[in-house]
Design a protein around this ligand. Structure first.
Ligand code: UT7
Length: 324
């Protein structure tokens, strides 16, 4: 017997405003052709003035609780992954906790940038396995538009805002890969690559928020290698073959990276959930946003095996195998 974390339900929220590639051509020297060809992005959502990460997270949380059929009183824990918190402190998770009316349990933020959702899922899964929590809300929420340098065309065209959430619940399983729920999670980091993808500000260094800086080509090369490694690791841990995967639900940074991972797994492209075209890179929110889209349109069904993977600043990267 083993305790498994079941995804009871999921929900997401996107700000109303849509910014297209053509809109961006009015801000920086770029083109729809360049952005589409290099990244696969056509449009992204941008938070309204005054709309914060906790607002997006709250709406995603309400949708996830509703989909899961779980009330706030049942929640033991909120883990919120974000690199764009409302404030330096307290945690954005506690703002969401208060707005939900959750009077017990704990709530905290977790920072692993684009790998944030995988990290948060892993932490929540381990709380459940350690019997420290039974029902956990895991959120990925970002307002990356607030930390972009809107004069830097190499970064500002890539990102968007949004939030996604899942509700996890403890359930007894057999401890085999046939179980429902999170089968395994795999986290990695390598801090020596800090300067390839970072924000050039922070409370302790500059006392400013700073802007995203990225050496895109270098990040791209590392992403391809690290993601292939973590995919292999996840499959080997569960004694599974690529053919056992029903859906690849990857971090949405670049269509070329996603397609490359899908090809390595010999997955039919129709089995790869792709939202980068209309979400852009929403960092910690991108995997749950993609998951919600494919669950709610009926592609992902109960019993399907999902491979989630992400790579981001730090570097951090990770993966999770889940039987939905
Ligand atoms: O989510 C965290 C993980 N992040 C990632 O995984 C991102 C990984 N990196 C990438 O996705 C890609 O490297 C980018 C999409 C960021 C860039 O694509 P690239 O094919 O690596 O382009 P590049 O950086 O090599 O730039 C090629 C050219 C340059 O011009 P020159 O030097 O060749 O004359 C850039 O100045 O494209 C130019 N360029 C642009 N042109 C039009 C850069 N940005 C733009 C732009 N519009 N927005």
């Amino acid at each position: 017997m083993a305790i498994r974390s079941i995804i009871l339900g999921c929900g997401s929220y996107l700000p109303a405003r849509v910014m297209t590639n053509d809109d961006l051509t009015k801000i920086v020297e770029t083109s729809d052709e360049w952005i589409s060809e290099r990244t696969g992005i056509k449009s992204r959502h941008i938070a309204a003035d005054g709309e914060t990460t906790s607002d997006l997270a709250y709406h995603a949380a309400v949708a996830a609780l509703d989909h899961a059929g779980v009330t706030v009183d049942e929640l033991d824990l909120i883990v919120l992954a974000t690199a764009t918190p409302d404030n330096t402190f307290p945690a954005t998770a506690t703002k969401v906790q208060a707005r939900l009316g959750m009077k017990r349990g704990a709530a905290f933020d977790l920072q692993a940038v684009c790998s944030g959702f995988i990290y948060a899922l892993s932490v929540a899964d381990n709380f459940i396995k350690a019997r420290q929590a039974r029902t956990v809300l895991v959120i990925g929420a970002e307002t990356f538009s607030r930390i972009l340098d809107w004069t830097d065309r190499t970064t500002c065209v890539l990102f968007g805002d949004g939030a996604g959430a899942v509700v996890l619940r403890a359930q007894e399983g057999q401890g085999t890969a046939a179980d429902q729920g999170i089968l395994s999670t795999h986290l990695h980091s390598d801090g020596s690559h800090h300067d390839l993808l970072y924000v050039d500000g922070g409370p302790s260094s500059t006392q400013t928020v700073g802007h995203v800086r990225m050496r895109g080509q270098e990040v791209f090369k590392h992403a391809v290698v690290n993601l292939a490694d973590v995919v292999r690791e996840a499959l080997a841990t569960n004694d599974m073959q690529p053919s056992d995967i029903d859906w690849l639900v990857p971090h949405q940074a670049n269509r070329r990276i996603i397609e490359g991972t899908g090809r390595k797994l010999k997955l039919d492209p129709s089995r790869v959930v792709m939202t980068v075209d209309h979400h852009g890179n929403t960092s910690a929110a991108s995997i749950p946003l993609a998951l919600v889209e494919a669950v709610h349109d009926g592609r992902i069904k109960r019993g399907d095996v999902l491979l989630l993977e992400a790579m981001g600043g730090g570097f951090t990267w990770g993966g999770a195998l889940v039987r939905y």
